[in-house]
Design a protein around this ligand. Structure first.
Ligand SMILES: [Zn+2]
Ligand SMILES: [Zn+2]
Length: 253
């Protein structure tokens, strides 16, 4: 069951399994504003995400930094991932290993607000996602970009279709350097049978964290092959530790 239980059932579940803060692990308590953070961590989270990007000085949702050679026609992200003890980082790590509906809903609603603010939510757009390697999705029991894409679809009303699949047994991107990542990513994905529906449309490609951009580039190439008119990448976060980003060339959106 992916959707939150409404009303009485939710209250009963809260009694049996009191929600705990994803950052500090403390029980969230009765008068909560959030189902994922305690009041202290919620405050930390809010101040973290309204801080300026260290590269371009804009708020994260308005940051124009992107990887050099990034292929999508437009790009937006909402959360920082660079601080080792960051609350936003903890939330995203939690999304990689647990199927916490409330966490995905929180992140997706922030992504939606960013997309609206940046004018990146076109009528007739189609949502898809960068799929996780199947062996990893099985091991962790969650494909975080897919969960985010499905939540965004519920919140925006735009359809979500799996247009890209991951081939099995490719190398883990995390263990590779930049050039290797690019070569590995190119061979890691294929179009699904549903890819025909991309023709002539604007595709919103959802990812959780963009680092070097090579997986998003590989997926963007495939989507263009399938006839997509425009590819917009919406990522929950960008890993700003890598020195590959420059804030200058924002494509027209
Ligand atoms: Zn907390
Ligand atoms: Zn920036």
């Amino acid at each position: 069951m992916k959707r939150a239980f409404p009303g009485r059932r939710a209250r009963l579940l809260d009694l049996l399994f009191p929600p705990k803060c994803v950052n500090c692990g403390e029980p969230i308590g009765e008068r909560r504003q959030s189902r994922i953070f305690c009041p202290v961590c919620r405050q930390k989270f809010l101040s973290e995400i309204t801080r300026p990007c260290p590269v371009c000085g804009r708020e994260y949702s308005r940051c124009l930094c992107k990887p050099v050679g990034f292929l999508p026609d437009a790009f937006a992200y909402s959360l920082p991932y660079d601080k080792e003890d960051g609350v936003a980082r903890k939330l995203l790590l939690c999304c990689k290993s647990q199927r916490l509906t409330d966490a995905f809903r929180e992140v997706a609603s922030i992504m939606l607000a960013t997309a609206k603010e940046r004018g990146l939510l076109p009528d007739g757009g189609l949502i898809t996602y960068v799929p996780r390697a199947p062996e990893k999705a099985e091991k962790k029991g969650v494909d975080q970009a897919q969960e985010l894409a499905e939540e965004l679809s519920r919140l925006s009303g735009l359809p979500c279709v799996g247009l890209i699949a991951h081939k099995r047994f490719s190398l883990d991107q995390k263990l590779l350097g930049g050039a290797q990542r690019g070569r590995n990513a190119e061979g890691s994905f294929r179009l699904t049978h549903a890819a025909g529906s991309a023709a002539g449309r604007t595709i919103l490609l959802i990812d959780d964290i963009v680092t070097t951009g090579s997986t998003v580039n590989a997926c963007t190439r495939l989507l263009r092959e399938a006839g997509a008119e425009r590819v917009i990448c919406l990522s929950a976060a960008k890993n700003v530790k890598t020195p590959l980003f420059h804030p200058k060339e924002e494509p027209p959106s």
